[in-house]
Design a protein around this ligand. Sequence first.
Ligand SMILES: NC(=O)c1ccc[n+]([C@@H]2O[C@H](COP(=O)([O-])OP(=O)(O)OC[C@H]3O[C@@H](n4cnc5c(N)ncnc54)[C@H](OP(=O)(O)O)[C@@H]3O)[C@@H](O)[C@H]2O)c1
Length: 243
Amino acid sequence: MKNNEKIALVVGGSRGIGKAIAIRLAKSGFNIWLTYRSNHDAADKTKEEIEKTGRFCKTLSFDVSDYKETEAALEKKADEYPPDVVVYNAGITRDNLMMWMTKEEWDSVLSVNLDGFYNVMHAILFPMLREKQGRIIVVSSTSGQIGQAGQVNYSASKAGLIGAAKALAREVGKRNIIVNVVAPGVIETDMTKDLSKENILPLIPLNRFGSSADVASVVNFLCSEENMYIHGQVIGINGGLTI
Ligand SMILES: NC(=O)c1ccc[n+]([C@@H]2O[C@H](COP(=O)([O-])OP(=O)(O)OC[C@H]3O[C@@H](n4cnc5c(N)ncnc54)[C@H](OP(=O)(O)O)[C@@H]3O)[C@@H](O)[C@H]2O)c1
């Protein structure tokens, strides 16, 4: 099968890192199913950019933290056209020190970042297993690897994704589904626009924030036939923030 007949599902693909991943995979020849929650303008713009590459793009708006919405949006489509690649990239932050963290801040981050992974996988995994081929990429974070003060909720969700992806890699490897995690450091997107460069740059040996393209190129490699044997791994993309 050629790439131009293949489908990449990019969950949280309207903006930032997900947008760059969707466009990069389209340039590699994948047709894109691009999901997002509510930013229709951003999704439409990304769709236009994808279509300029000559590939097809279908946008799907739903809240990944809602099991029924996710199932309704994905299950039938995936059964008919099992995706070849799935990138679980949707994520939010609600930062606060643990002593001040509200139940809503905890629940909302865990439900989007971690429960959402379950909801999406549950809707699409069976058809992928039937095809006996595929790639799953999970977007975690440096915070999930080493912890980050002020982000106990976010770090827990991103560490949870690492555990989930590793266990899934053990389950589905025999069916020729390759699962990996990328763990970006500080990447310039809407999520990080208020961070102070002055405080953070001294911690990054490469002395710059990452770009979404830095993450997209690694995801593209992991989804390509250049990668046949990296499986169940966590790839840090952080300019040396953790070494
Ligand atoms: N930026 C960083 O420095 C950094 C570092 C490490 C890890 N990450 C991770 O990388 C991923 C992307 O980050 P980003 O900075 O590109 O974020 P972003 O610019 O805020 O984009 C987030 C994407 O996720 C979607 N999304 C959010 N909540 C959703 C929900 N409940 N249901 C469905 N879709 C939802 C958004 O859709 P809408 O457009 O509709 O809101 C958007 O497409 C996240 O998982 C984040 O945790 C980011």
